[in-house]
Design a protein around this ligand. Sequence first.
Ligand SMILES: C[S@@+](CC[C@H](N)C(=O)[O-])C[C@H]1O[C@@H](n2cnc3c(N)ncnc32)[C@H](O)[C@@H]1O
Length: 267
Amino acid sequence: MPELDPAIQAFYERGSEAGRLTGGFPSGPLELERTRELILRVLPEPPLRVLDVGGGAGIHASWLVELGYDVHLIDPVPLHIEQAAADGRFSAERGDARDLPVDDGTYDVVLLLGPLYHLLDPSDRGLALQEARRALRPGGLLFAAAIARFAALLDMLVRLGTLHAQGAMAAVTHAVRTGEFHGAHHGMFTNAYFHLPGELQTEITDAGFAAPSVFNIEGPSFLVPDFEQRWADPSRRQALLDAARLVESDPGMLAAASHLLAVTHRP
Ligand SMILES: C[S@@+](CC[C@H](N)C(=O)[O-])C[C@H]1O[C@@H](n2cnc3c(N)ncnc32)[C@H](O)[C@@H]1O
């Protein structure tokens, strides 16, 4: 198995991923609901074989099996495999997106919701995408997520108000200029790559996929400072979701996303 950056491994071994989308991170529930909605819009009815690469503790695998899909999860972090396996309704195995332990053409759907965040070398992202393509049958669907280039700048300036903190501006400046984020030593997110929308499209087509549609998952709704209070109120929650839907395909808003979702298929 290819080596995982020890800083990324240590970040996830802290155990925060399991609850991230269900309340551990303020806009996590919005990311979960919108990711699910965008996937279900094009996902054919079950039965289908889904490979969840970088599936973490199994948050997406769990709703997919509930709907009747057959899911196999792969993740390099042992704690995530332990947490995912505890669900009991889907299989989970340790592995890396760059060298998938699966046979060619055996899946109808591949989810790549995380690995592209953490592969800083473009050739590693290329390998992960080529492996996803190899795992898919012709016509099979790929859903690949990326963190958008200006996500940390916007989040730290607008929602968190932490851009003035020690090391923050330097880490964000480097990320805006190069896409590479190294914030772990200042208590921010771990080492990551932040994509420009066009770059994500090019990496995907270069790996042999059809030209993807790219969606802005959370829209501007991830930026509200009182997210939890608004999410708890049904009409204000609806406004957060409607705002995200309104601009989900707007090219001008894509770069200002938190997460991007590319949807495509293996020709
Ligand atoms: C932010 S989490 C996302 C988890 C889940 N897919 C989701 O959408 O909530 C990123 C995930 O990518 C995994 N990951 C990091 N590097 C990876 C690699 N090289 N291959 C596969 N998974 C990787 C991490 O272990 C982690 O579970």
